[in-house]
Design a protein around this ligand. Structure first.
Ligand code: CA
Length: 228
């Protein structure tokens, strides 16, 4: 069964999520504190998506996210943000989350996001050619890894998907909508900002000088271009 971790200290919200996860065909692994969540993840290495609340009694959800990402770049992470504050979303994405859902959310919205992450973390194994080489970069689509000058760069699933899209379209200006549709899927209903935040994070990992990016360049008023 497909396992999803739900970290939420408010029992009513957690139960609501659990019921809806079960209804959508997932097995829910529950945690009420950050430490408990990390322990459950260690016990269940087959969990492929984690939903993390931010305000918790012990360590906050951002810290949990950072801790997970320090060792696991593959798992899908969705943050539950309490307010519609931009800061929460941006901070969450910068700490390594793939997506966020703002409370109050509908069960359909949450399961759609989980389904999308599950599709991305699972698929795309059978590819014809398995290496894309450009400039100092080698993207291996079989192992889903990226190297720059022979050095491995750890990527999240979303960052990997963005890199692949760029490297398949060298020199072509891609609109933020193009990136959103290709990486998050056509049925994704989130905001374009998520594209910018992920690219900001990706630049920190791949650019020599983040202030003057030369690989992922900005096409003002439109989107981005891959120029390695
Ligand atoms: Ca909470």
């Amino acid at each position: 069964m497909k396992k999803v971790l739900i970290l939420e200290d408010e029992v009513s919200i957690r139960s609501f999520v659990v019921i809806n996860l079960k209804r959508a065909g997932y097995e829910a692994i529950e945690a009420g504190t950050g430490m408990e969540a990390l322990e459950k993840l260690r016990q269940n290495p087959d969990i492929r998506v984690a939903i993390l609340d931010i305000m918790l009694p012990d360590i906050d959800g951002f810290e949990v996210c950072r801790t997970i990402r320090a060792t696991d770049s593959q798992i899908g992470i969705i943050m539950l943000t309490a307010k519609t504050q931009e800061m929460d979303k941006v901070t969450g994405l910068m700490t390594g989350a793939d997506d966020y859902v703002t409370k109050p959310f509908s069960p359909a919205e949450l399961t759609a996001r989980i389904d999308a992450l599950y599709r991305r973390t699972g698929g795309e194994i059978n590819e014809d050619s398995n290496e894309l080489k450009q400039g100092p970069f080698v993207l291996n689509t079989r192992n889903r890894t990226l190297e720059k000058n022979g050095q491995r760069i750890k990527l999240t699933q979303v960052e990997y998907a963005i890199m692949k899209l760029f490297m398949q379209n060298p020199g072509r200006a891609l609109s933020r909508e193009d990136v959103l549709q290709n990486v998050w899927g056509r049925d994704y209903c989130g905001e374009l900002k998520i594209v910018d935040v992920n690219i900001r994070r990706l630049r920190i990992k791949i650019e020599d000088d983040t202030a003057n990016p030369i690989y992922i360049t900005t096409v003002w008023g439109f989107g981005y271009k891959w120029g390695a």
